[in-house]
Design a protein around this ligand. Structure first.
Ligand code: SF4
Length: 480
């Protein structure tokens, strides 16, 4: 336990995030108990004094000269002071420095808009946020590519559609998505599709004066549906929406054990432009451990089959930081992916969310991390460059050990625009299905509103009209 002792709690969240980044999984408390460490913050209008205490004795101190009530100017120096203090105590640095938050590229985007040079942007990441040069560079590269990709869009007149298929074949250890075992729910799939179609019809009507530019079918694993059912989902989209302006249609094919020639052909015969086949790792031992009921060879076979069926834009997802994997395992996974030569590669740092089974085994998992996940990310970056790919979106999630990031790489022209649009939060993303979240944008007020659907499949089927009602209420403000 760590005692966070502060005379003013304006920076409570920043201190907590920084302590947790350095000392993960240690409980932070606000009352003095039998704690091994005290993080003391004394904020006055002249300066901020941060100190660490052990057994009643001060062991270190760091000061920031700033006017703390003005968060705009004081936040960075205060976070930097906390960073230096904890860095000395723990004897380590963090690749993202004092930078917290899920969208670290937004600073680079803002600077690019102001006309800053590449070097100036990277230097700001290093000097102000104390990141490594490599993190500054990747933020610059992503922001630059994003800017190019977003240029043709007219955000106010366009929207994206997300369709959630909350079924999967079995449950992976780290899964936190809405994913019901399809075999057990077989007799509910049809009712689910009917409810989904009903919600789609509402959205199509409501958004009839806007242009649908990108569709993403995700889950769960959409290809856990039969080829006929999947075909019907796509057909229904084409039946009820004005699809003239769709530039991209992605289906998350996900698990190789859910794929077949019939399903690839069902997608290819329809206007699906991009799929994702996700190995996560090419090491069978790890696949067994994380509960993915397929082998690496099945991923390779599914990839070749997809190519045979004419799929020419395939993404692969992989995860760094899986239990028991070291950098050699990552190198092996990347070698196999390089052989396959997909159009894009998404590299995730393993996030342990509350809903995941792995959370229960967290301590055991912490002990099984082998080496630096940041080095693994750097290696993936090198392989992606070798495949001619450029990073085009990047985000961080809470609960990623070491506060690391997820990065999407793609060969130019093969990016998933939906991924960029959902990250930028400038365009409405309308989501249908159980466990999905709609994002409504209000650019003039610089805000977004979320409208959530229930996660439970039975509840969704039963309460779909209520979900439509929630959307209707959210959309009233937009005056479509
Ligand atoms: S394949 Fe994806 S959706 Fe299915 S259980 Fe695994 S993580 Fe969850």
């Amino acid at each position: 336990m760590i005692y966070l002792d502060q005379n003013v709690n304006d920076y409570d969240n920043d201190f907590r995030t920084m302590i947790q980044a350095f000392i993960p999984r240690e409980k932070i408390i606000l009352t003095e108990e039998d704690t091994r460490l005290t993080f003391r913050a004394r904020l006055s209008e002249e300066q901020v004094v941060l100190s660490l205490w052990e057994n009643g004795k001060q062991i270190d101190e760091e000061r920031a000269v700033c006017y703390y009530p003005d968060k705009k100017t004081a936040r960075n120096p205060i976070k930097a002071a906390a960073y230096y203090l904890l860095s000395r105590y723990c004897g380590k640095t963090l690749p993202w420095g004092s930078m917290t938050g899920v969208r670290p590229t937004k600073f680079a985007t803002a600077r690019l808009e102001q006309g800053w040079t590449e070097e100036a942007v990277i230097r700001e990441y290093e000097d102000l946020y104390l990141t490594t040069r490599q993190k500054g560079e990747i933020c610059y590269r992503v922001a630059k590519r994003e800017q190019e990709l977003l240029q043709p869009f007219r955000f106010k007149e366009e929207y994206c559609l997300y369709v959630g298929i909350p079924f999967c074949l079995s449950r992976c250890l780290y899964c936190s998505f809405t994913a019901y075992p399809v075999a057990q729910y077989q007799d509910r799939v049809e009712d689910y599709l009917q409810a989904l179609f009903h919600e789609m019809e509402y959205v199509a009507k409501k958004y009839s004066n806007k242009r649908l530019v990108a569709v993403y079918i995700g889950g769960g694993t959409p290809t856990s549906l039969s080829a006929e059912q999947l075909g019907r989902v796509i057909d229904h989209i084409y039946a009820v929406f004005d699809t003239r302006y769709i530039t991209e249609f992605t289906v998350e094919a996900g698990r190789p054990d859910s794929l077949s020639r019939e399903k690839f052909l069902a997608m290819k015969e329809r206007p699906v432009t991009r799929i994702s086949i996700n190995p996560q790792t090419m090491n069978d031992k790890t696949l067994r451990f994380i509960g993915r009921a397929h082998t690496a060879q099945m991923t390779v076979d599914a990839f070749h089959l997809a190519r045979e069926c004419g799929m020419d834009n395939i993404n692969m997802d992989m995860i760094v930081g899986l239990p028991q994997e070291d950098i050699q395992d990552i190198r092996y996974t990347l070698d196999v992916i390089r052989e396959l030569n997909p159009e894009s590669l998404t590299v995730h740092s393993l996030a342990i969310k509350r809903a995941a089974e792995l959370n229960i085994q967290m301590q055991q998992y912490q002990d099984s991390i082998k080496g630096s996940t940041n080095e693994m990310l750097t290696l993936a970056d090198q392989y992606a460059s070798g495949l001619g790919m450029v990073p085009y979106y990047l985000y961080r999630q809470k609960n990623i050990p070491g506060n690391l990031e997820n990065v999407g790489y793609a060969k130019p022209g093969k990016e998933c625009l939906y991924n960029v649009l959902i990250m930028e939060e400038k365009m409405d993303i309308i989501a249908v299905g159980a466990g999905t979240s709609t994002k409504l944008t209000f650019p003039d007020e610089n805000r977004i509103e979320r409208v959530e659907n229930v996660k439970n499949v039975e509840e969704y089927i039963r309460r779909v009209d209520e979900m439509i009602g929630r959307k209707e209420a959210g959309l009233q403000e937009k005056q479509l």
